[in-house]
Design a protein around this ligand. Sequence first.
Ligand SMILES: [Zn+2]
Length: 658
Amino acid sequence: MLKYGGMIMNKKKFLYLIINIAFAVLVMVFDYLFLSSYLAKDEKSIYVTYKIIASAGFVLMNVFNIIYSKLAFNKKYNHWFIYFLLAAQVVVFIADIVLEYNFMLGAIVFACGHLVFLSSFFILEKIKVRDIIFMLLFSIPAVLVVIFYPYLAAGDMFVVLIAYAFIIGSMVGKAFSNTLSNINRLLKWTVFIGVLMFFLSDMMLLFANFTDRKIISWETIVIFKYLCLFLYYPSNIILALASGLSVITNNNRFEGMSDGRRLWCRIYQLCFKIALPLLPYRKPKLIEGVENIPAVLFEKKINKVIIITDKSIINLGLADNLFNSLKNNNIDYVVYDGTVPNPTITCIEEARQMYLDNKCEGIIALGGGSAMDLAKIVGARIVKPKQSVPQMKGLLHIHKKLPLLIAIPTTAGTGSETTIAAVITDSSTHDKYPINDFSLIPHYAVLDYKLTLGLPRGLTSTTGMDALTHAVEAFIGNTRTPETKKMAINAVKLVKENLYECYINPTNPVARQNMLLASHYAGIAFTKSYVGYVHAIAHSLGGKYGIPHGLANAVILPVVLKEYGSKAYKKLAHLAYEANIASKDENIDIAANKFISWILEMNEKMNIPTDFEQIKEEDINEMSLKADSEGNPLYPVPVLYDKEQLAKIYRKLIRISN
Ligand SMILES: [Zn+2]
């Protein structure tokens, strides 16, 4: 086995390559002999013989490619494309010889050959509206060149030349249009390059044979002839290769996005990456422990705050410490405990009213992602009273400094205390959407493990896996900075060392504090470097079936990482080495796979399933459409997927009951 550029070269492929090279050399040698013999004014029979051998060379090469590639790689393959391509080359082979004896007739046979080529391209990809546009885009300039070429001496041939230019222009236009479809990439570009060279060679033929020799010197015409023949034969060699490629790749429609959309996504992501250093990201300042909050409030001269939280936190007594330290320092507070798991506009307006009625001067969010998200938008509504919540939807619609906002996470996962995002649900329309603005980043964050000691196991595990997902998706994406890389690595290390410990030993203070840090670091990483398809899919499952966010991520993460395959190996291996999941002497493939296995192991140990019983085949289309529009073009994922490919991932998540 030989390995070349990631392609495994076995004996069959090696032989195939060598014979193709031999054919190509033969064609080019006789191409050269033909031209030199012609220019040396040898007898016609000599140089025509050379020409016949050269042209027969590419026809035989095509025949060989079809037969050999069918026998060796793909016996069942029978697509009319290859036979039309071969027929076209046979016709131009005949035209080549006729041309030497009767130019007009030769040109007509050539034109017929081009029509057969054109037909083969329509077999490869059936007609589309854009075909017409591209055919005109290439053929009109070709026709204009014929009309406006100042040294043209065409005589009776003028109309034939116009028709010819139109045909070859259309041919190259259709070949170009095919490159925008999802034909195997290697095949479609091979065809296009071959055809483009053919087209250019024909234009050179025009200059060589129909230039007024009284004005243009013979030396210049010889240059045209050289250019013509040294484009013509290589173009036919490339086209002969295309038939073999068609068999080997089975005309494989590559799955997924068209090249146009792919390019759009990558350019979009690149723009964000370039803009990243210019964007006003900031990190919340850390306050050590709830008891240190009053000092910050004094410093900011704030006498009254609203605490945004939920009833279960109050009932569990998680807010008591905060209440006591505020009371002891004579700071007034009111409590809004109406936060619901998916914060709604009603909640926002209630809390805002409470803030205004009590003349509060700052906001403290105490809870999981929901309380923090709610508090962010309450702050936004206070500084933007005339802008409704739906008007804030999307990116950068707030741009106004919020009142002092202190976030105290009580779960270790969302990282919401560091991010620019808040996810809001409109209870009247059931529409769930993110609001993103730099001003939503809380000013302070309190990472206090004591608040997480009572977190039930199911929440410890799934919120922890959410933090891991943030770190992994930020790390394997393409919009990384040295800082986000470091933060993601730190988060993964901390999850590796502390999450399971928190699960089995929930009151371990060190492990709990470390998980809060992991979540915080992962938050810093993903707010700049984004997440990926794991989150896009998780959000759709949350919207459709109410599957909790962390649980969804935990289940989806290993499935999507497997799907990315070798494209993500290098970065996953990096994480595996850093987190001591693989040793540095293990190669990238093994290390990356160990990382994925480690996630599966963690899930299994913490009773997280590998699939969902809720997912129904009939919902997949709708959900994959949502995930597609959330993920693309924004998320800088290692491999781009469209709706169909995402649908396949959903299918892998369906529980198959026995
Ligand atoms: Zn998340």
